[in-house]
Design a protein around this ligand. Sequence first.
Ligand SMILES: Nc1nc2c(ncn2[C@@H]2O[C@H](COP(=O)(O)OP(=O)(O)O)[C@@H](O)[C@H]2O)c(=O)[nH]1
Ligand SMILES: [Mg+2]
Length: 230
Amino acid sequence: MTNTEEAERSDITFKIIVVGEVGVGKTSLVRRITRDVFNSVYKPTIGVDFCITDVLYQGKVLLELQLWDIGGQERFGNMTKLFYRDAAAAFVVCDSTRPQTLSAAIKWKNDIDDKAELSPGRLLPCFLLYNKCDSDELIHSDEELAMFCSENGFIGCYKTSAVTRMGVEDLELGIVTYLMNMPQPEPEVLEPEVDLISLSTTQCYKRKSSSCCGSACEQPRRLKTYGQEL
Ligand SMILES: Nc1nc2c(ncn2[C@@H]2O[C@H](COP(=O)(O)OP(=O)(O)O)[C@@H](O)[C@H]2O)c(=O)[nH]1
Ligand SMILES: [Mg+2]
């Protein structure tokens, strides 16, 4: 079954925060992932913007990915804790042609570790995106990047290009598979509601609401299909 009409829309929404220094390509990657477009006109992101994409997982579960594109200068402000709230994972982006943006990835990772937790004691999973790999000036080898990730607590690295789409599909498949297979903490149980007519009790759980796109997304939402059909 691959037809979206037959697929069940689940309540599953994953928020992914996208951070990194100014100009590394966060906004371009978010647009490439969610809208499959690239715009070379540079407009710095002020504060935060977000885009949503629908993903069909294993041919039957329709879920939503929210990508929160956080302006690079925000690391120096007090708002990141708020932006990181309820995130399921982080993309820490660096520019393959500017080595200082890789060092800055460690500072972003530290900021996330300080301010975001999945649940007490569980760090947010961070993926390094080594962007602008369409350039001839790649500075780091795959071995160096793997070493960097294991030394600094990143789950893994994807070499990407928002211009050519290089690595983008692998990244999407990788993150959806990772998140769908990640052990979930126990759901928070709220006070039971009493149904006076049937006199039965109902447990209800917090549901995340889905919201519409931020100003960066003028294009219609795209649907992607991932995972082997069951
Ligand atoms: N060559 C190349 N340029 C890119 C790529 N991604 C973004 N850029 C360019 O890098 C600049 C900054 O991109 P932007 O997405 O605004 O970066 P942000 O500040 O991290 O959001 C823009 O001029 C983009 O056109 C890429 O993958 N390859
Ligand atoms: Mg931006």
